[in-house]
Design a protein around this ligand. Structure first.
Ligand SMILES: [Zn+2]
Length: 316
């Protein structure tokens, strides 16, 4: 049961209204807001506070919502089933015109949103979730960021720091740490890295953690993913993906739509600062744009671009 969750529903007003009715029936204590157009045209929901919509006009994620499963399983009421009966049962996650339901950040947060970004190597955070960081920076006014890169030797240290500064340039409260663990040997430095996590936990309680995917083929990435969940056990953790030679991409289910400007800024910043990586065959603008485009397709993003994450646990 979530109180104060703001749900944006995109689609024909009649569908929005029908779905709001269903939400309301399931949990009357949940505060439900509707798009301004739906509020105007569906008087029943005028009580959804416009003020709340103004306070939280952003969507931080897209939840794939398989409405067809709901229809097939009979968990929706007969009137709603009638309203969406024209939906093709073979389309997954689509409602009527092909839009997905989206979740937003809670409208009434207590204090600032504290974001913890964790990356094993110099460019991991930027590649995996740089666009999401740019979007949060643009849409959340009181954002505090702690950004930790665990391994960046030689010229990569300066690259990592300069890139982090560029990605976080519009955020006033930030802490960037570039550590010196040995690249490729994280599993054998586990005690020291674990101590580092415990130190972070003592003085930073994040609202959101962006870290590596636990199924990543790189041993350093996997160790950070494991220690993230080990350390931040009741936190909101999203695991980003890194394309690589090993071919370990999977099917993440948590999507963050991005604007073209955000993706272009991400790619340009990575390209500008990580000059030591230019010789690598996979390290190219095309790789990062292709990833964003594919993930944008996966969530029907408005501008066709997105980043995607794995989530071990999300509470609705
Ligand atoms: Zn890495």
């Amino acid at each position: 049961m979530v109180d104060g969750l703001l749900v944006f529903l995109q689609g024909p007003v009649r569908h929005i209204k029908a779905i709001l009715v269903e939400f309301w029936k399931i949990n009357k204590s949940t505060t439900i807001g509707a798009p301004r157009s739906a509020l105007r045209r569906a008087p029943t929901f005028r009580s959804a506070p416009e003020k709340m919509l103004k306070q939280c006009p952003i969507m931080c994620s897209t939840l794939r919502w398989n409405l067809e499963d709901e229809i097939m399983s009979g968990s929706l009421s007969q009137p709603l089933r009638r309203k969406v009966r024209h939906v093709n049962p073979r389309t997954v996650g689509h409602l009527g015109n092909g839009r997905l339901l989206s979740l937003v950040l809670p409208p009434e947060r207590r204090g600032p949103l504290k974001l913890l970004c964790l990356g094993a190597h110099a460019d991991d955070i930027e590649i995996g979730c740089g666009g999401t960081v740019l979007r949060l920076a643009a849409e959340v006014s009181d954002l505090i960021v702690r950004w930790i890169v665990f391994s960046a030797a030689g010229r990569r240290e300066a690259e990592a720091r300069n890139s982090a500064v560029a990605f976080l340039e519009n955020i006033s409260e930030k802490q960037i740490e570039i550590l010196g663990f040995r690249d490729g040997y994280f599993p054998f430095q586990g005690t020291d890295i674990k101590d580092c996590f415990e130190g972070v936990k003592r003085d930073f309680d994040p609202s959101m953690v962006l870290t590596h995917w636990q199924g990543d083929a790189h041993q350093d990435h996997r160790l950070l993913a494991e220690l993230t969940h080990n350390t931040f056990r009741d936190h909101f953790v999203l695991e980003y993906e890194i394309p690589k030679y090993d071919g370990d991409l999977g099917n993440p289910a948590f999507f963050v739509p991005l604007t073209r400007a955000q993706v272009e800024r991400k790619v340009e910043t990575i390209s500008r600062y990580f000059t030591s990586q230019r010789g690598r065959s996979w390290f190219s603008d095309e790789t990062f744009l292709a990833m964003a485009r594919l993930r944008g397709i996966g969530c029907n993003a408005p501008e066709g671009l997105a980043e995607a994450f794995y989530a071990r646990k999300i509470v609705f």
